[in-house]
Design a protein. Sequence first.
Lengths: 363, 544
Amino acid sequence: MPSVRLIGLRKTFGGIKAADGLDLEVRNGEYLCLLGPTGAGKTTALRMIAGLVSPDEGKVLFNGEDVTNTPVEERKAALLPQTYSLFPQLTVEENITFGLDIRGADERLKEQVLISMLDLVRLSGRSTAFPRELSGGMQQRTALARALASGADMLLLDEPLRALDARLRISLRTELRSLVKSLRMTTIHVTHDQDEALVMADRVAIIREGRIIQVGTPKEVWDRPATPFVANFLGQSNFFIGEVLQSSPCTLLRTPDGTVLKGRSSDLIPGTQAVMGVKIGSTELSKERPGYLQAKVERILFEGRNLHMDMMTGGGQRLSAKLPSWKKGRITVGDTVGIYWEEEKGTVFSMPANGLESELKVE
Amino acid sequence: MVAAISRKRFLTGWTAFIILFFLFFVILPTIYILSYAFTEWGSIEALLEDQGRMDLIWGAIGASFQIAGIVTVIDIVTGLPMAWMLVRKDFRGKNLLDTLIDMPLAVPTAALGFSSAMFFAITDESLQAPSFALGTIGSPYLLIILLHVVFSYPYMVRSLSAILVQIDQTYETAGRTLGASPLTAARTITLPLFRAGLVTGIILCFARSLSETGGTMIALATMANARGFATGPTLIGEWKDALDSQPDLAAPLAFVSILLILLSLALLVVIKLVVMRVHLPMGRIWPRPERLLSRGVFPKVKDGLAVLFLVVFVLVPSFFIFTYVGSVEPTAFDWAPFIRSLLYSFLIAGVVTGIDIALGVPLALYIAKNRSGRLAGALDVLVNVPLIVPTAALGYSLGVFWASQEIVPTHDVLLIVLAHVAFTYPLVVRNVAGAVEEVDPAYEETARTLGARPVQAFRRVLYPMVKSSILAGAIMAFTRSLGETGATQAVVANAQTAPVYIVDLINLETAAGYYSAGLACIMLIVISFLFMLALRYVTNRRAR
């Protein structure tokens, strides 16, 4: 199974930069999720790996070998599009053996592969059905079997769970991952759904405006976001702007109104402007403790498992927090609460060049 | 690596070849005659001095455009209620009505012209005719209008209903729940959404009427008093016929062709601009009268009139020929020349369709897949040109073009084939390009990532999906070629295709000639009808 390296890929579509110096390394047999908001260039990156789009600049390497100009069909990287693109005029069986037919594989081999694939994706009973007669989940499994049977050693999944309904989508996450991992395929999975990426990936690569901003294990990107954008895109954060007082053993940040906030250690120079981000799930509230700062509860949304709280500080900043539902009733609208967090949960970033607001914009 | 590069080169070369074919074998010959205005300006200047000829030309061109305009208006007025009925209402016999509307499309215009003229204009003095023929139309101008309505009406109804089906009826329902009467809702909400369909319908009807030659010539010939009256295309046919004996007709022929080409192209632009831009005062509402008109007998009278119009002015004239052949004394019919002409027509239509598919499908693929590109966009517009230009002018232009060069031999059959390719090629391209655009490109891309080469991806994935559209385009091209008179005559004056043979029979002006022509028409109708059935079968299967 190959490793993939993308070096400085650039691609412009009529003035829009879909890839703007994109570098990424995917390890041999790894399940990598490429996560980013709509329009970040996820699909373009995937299509450049597949060979369907050729980059204006930069290189694509498979196992260290330059494949930038290799035709699509010779890359052995099978694409699974959002809508699966099962060939409607072919049965499940014919769809699965498509790749083998193309290469003129002999009947015995085809038979063998077909049986093992049908078995693998649990479709043995439906081999003569046409795609339109299958449920969404079955279609997805057929498409997967077709990709696996083609002899490809790399899987490119473009939002593979998007077309399924919510429950099925969640149950298929683990199924899809374990199936692919058992075959040790190098897999690149494009998604805009952070939960999906965190649950499924060995490593997550966060892409924005055609560039990779952070690559790491799900835990790394969640706990140690590289930029305010990542902190907010994964799990939403509260942000505070201020001046760095010290950066070790913990970072101290003084906001304009004089409040001093604590966060994890950093390498920021004291005296510079910085931003502290705290996940709303790590933001804690208390009516008794004064906390770092005080805010008035304006709205409480019941989300089933969680309560979503919206608050306003005396200085007019909006903050949010997520509490477990069993705390319902302890805090009500109109209460003034103290806000605090564990030192480790506060991440301090240097001030973004274009300001915090534009850094956090998703579009 | 080497293989990949050479394959890429081959593909580029092939694409270039297809585009060049289209430009040099279809577009350039179609409008080549325009260059005559530059190279032979002297002879055109002399022609402008020739008052007699100029009167003839302006008379014919004027008649052509007036007739096309009037015909289009009649088609809109009578076609709209019919389209409305077919799409929005449910009644017994709806399917039958739906089939009946397409029937005239199955009849070659040559046969249609004979049949209609027989119904509308034949009097006892000129020909032994069934006593129930209308036989009251004395004006050739009026006769041609009626004839053109017969064959353009189905196009209008089809274009309008195609759009009407796509318009969401909930707008109208919403309007009515807000208190609008059915007529008000339809007029103020649905009709304004209709423009695209109206543009297509108007252009189709206008172009068909402007272009029609065979039927018009036959109708004029059948109506024995018609000498002197001509439309643009019939004038071209007449003069081309006489060109060998009167070489000085070259300049007037070129001039008429240039006028027809330029005016029809200009008209295309004007129609698009006018219909899409002009805002009719649709917003005004007259609640009382509109409510009154929406109720009681009025809708029924409107629908009844729509059906009556269809029967009296479209269906009966189309098939009147059967009653004529059935009711007159049979005379001896010489089968041999007719069969020969029929085979000749079939041979040409077959070859033409083959060329259309072989070279039209690749162009369609190119246009559909590079739609955003500038070249593909330009080609997409150019493809319409041969559909708009009257075929007689196209034919004459093409004949002059091929005669002016010495690379390709100017054999009669070859010229006719090239002419027919020019105006049928767009039919295949438009059909196939439309179908390919509807197929998600992800299918082919996925096939490629599964290891299929581009050719394999086309053959195994895309082709099965657009097969029926290719076939539909091919059948259209075949029937259009089979029924064409104008272009054939304009390239080769004495070509013996079936429609031209029928024109010649009628020009004999004998009872035997008419009878033979009638019989030949019926055979042509039967054959075309079989093709029409095949087309319906194919397209219905696609819709399923």
